[in-house]
Design a binder for this molecule. Structure first.
Ligand SMILES: *[C@@H]1O[C@H](CO)[C@@H](O)[C@H](O)[C@H]1NC(C)=O
Length: 310
């Protein structure tokens, strides 16, 4: 089969014939919330000078990645549900696969960079200015994006070598690696093994680094004499810790879990939740739990009101 003209079919939620309009509306609403939530946090950080610190620059990196990755998946899903045309070209499929892996992978590295930032800030506060300078941040950020990029390039390359013949109906709502490999489970066993190892190496190693940073952080916080000092130190990393735990645990369980026929329908719905929930984590956690961001939001709204008064 000629790869350039060939197509995959994404079965998505097409078996729920009567619910297409409902599904479309739900996806549209969720997409708009994801994008606007992330743009909101990005704008708040940009507009607030006291949020111009490494931690919040990294947060901006995360919001950009979140917007990219919902945008390669959800608009296509909306078009498919509303038009009933469930086909996706090979390049389109590879693009989805690439951006999804790129964004998730890079987010792991950025989260690890944030953990390092918190580690230096809390465990060696006197060296903070020296160690975490704009140069280091840029390096960490470029490093994260490059590793994410190289890792993600591997996925479409691996898939493009497999000949799918007539097996082209993917039981998922986007080109998810495991679901594509499921089309030819016996031929692709070695690729399956390779990406499982890659996922473990990437996901668990960054998770492990984050965990170690936090062990040091917690040990340091426990040594602080005053309870107000302890609360202050902990609150400077609690938002990050919340996001890390939610992000790593959900993405490791859902992306690494072996797929099989019987659980596919359920997995699809779980992935839907995950695709939508994960990009919302940063905006929600950071706007509800983080005092600095909360103060910035209030200040921005307050400023807008005073503009009106003038
Ligand atoms: C990403 O993070 C780096 C380093 O903190 C920062 O210089 C850059 O402006 C950020 N980029 C975006 C798009 O948020």
């Amino acid at each position: 089969m000629d790869n350039r003209t060939a197509k995959f079919h994404l079965r998505a939620f097409s078996r729920y014939k009567n619910l297409q309009l409902l599904i479309f509306s739900l996806v549209l609403v969720m997409y708009l919330i994801c994008v606007s939530g992330n743009m909101f946090i990005f704008a708040i950080v940009c507009r607030t000078s006291y949020l111009h610190t490494p931690m919040y620059y990294f947060l901006c990196n995360l919001t950009v990645l979140d917007i990219i990755y919902v945008s390669v998946i959800l608009p296509k899903l909306m078009v498919m549900t509303i038009t009933g045309d469930i086909s996706i070209s090979f390049p389109g499929c590879f693009a989805q696969l690439f951006f999804y892996v790129f964004c998730i992978g890079t987010e792991f590295f950025i989260l690890a960079s944030m953990a390092y930032d918190r580690y230096v800030a809390i465990c060696t506060p006197l060296h903070y200015m020296l160690v975490i300078n704009p140069q280091t941040c840029l390096t960490l950020s470029v490093f994260s994006f490059s590793l994410g990029l190289i890792n993600a390039l591997m996925y479409p390359l691996l898939i493009s070598r497999v000949s799918f013949g007539n097996f082209n109906e993917i039981n998922h709502f986007f080109c998810h690696m495991k679901s594509i490999l499921n089309l030819r489970p016996t031929e692709t066993r070695s690729i399956d093994l390779l990406i499982t190892v890659d996922g473990i190496a990437l996901g668990f190693s960054t998770f492990f680094l984050i965990l170690i940073s936090y062990l040091f952080i917690i040990a340091t916080i426990l040594k602080i004499q005053t309870s107000s000092g302890r609360v202050k130190a902990f609150s400077s990393c609690s938002s990050h810790l919340t996001v890390v735990l939610l992000f790593c645990l959900t993405s490791l369980t859902l992306n690494m879990k072996p797929e099989n026929e019987s659980s596919q329908e359920r997995d699809k719905i779980l992935s839907m939740l995950y695709i939508v929930v994960v990009p919302l984590l940063n905006p929600i956690v950071y706007s509800l739990r983080n005092k600095e961001v909360l103060r910035a939001i209030k200040k921005n709204i307050f400023l807008n009101y005073s503009d009106l008064d003038l």
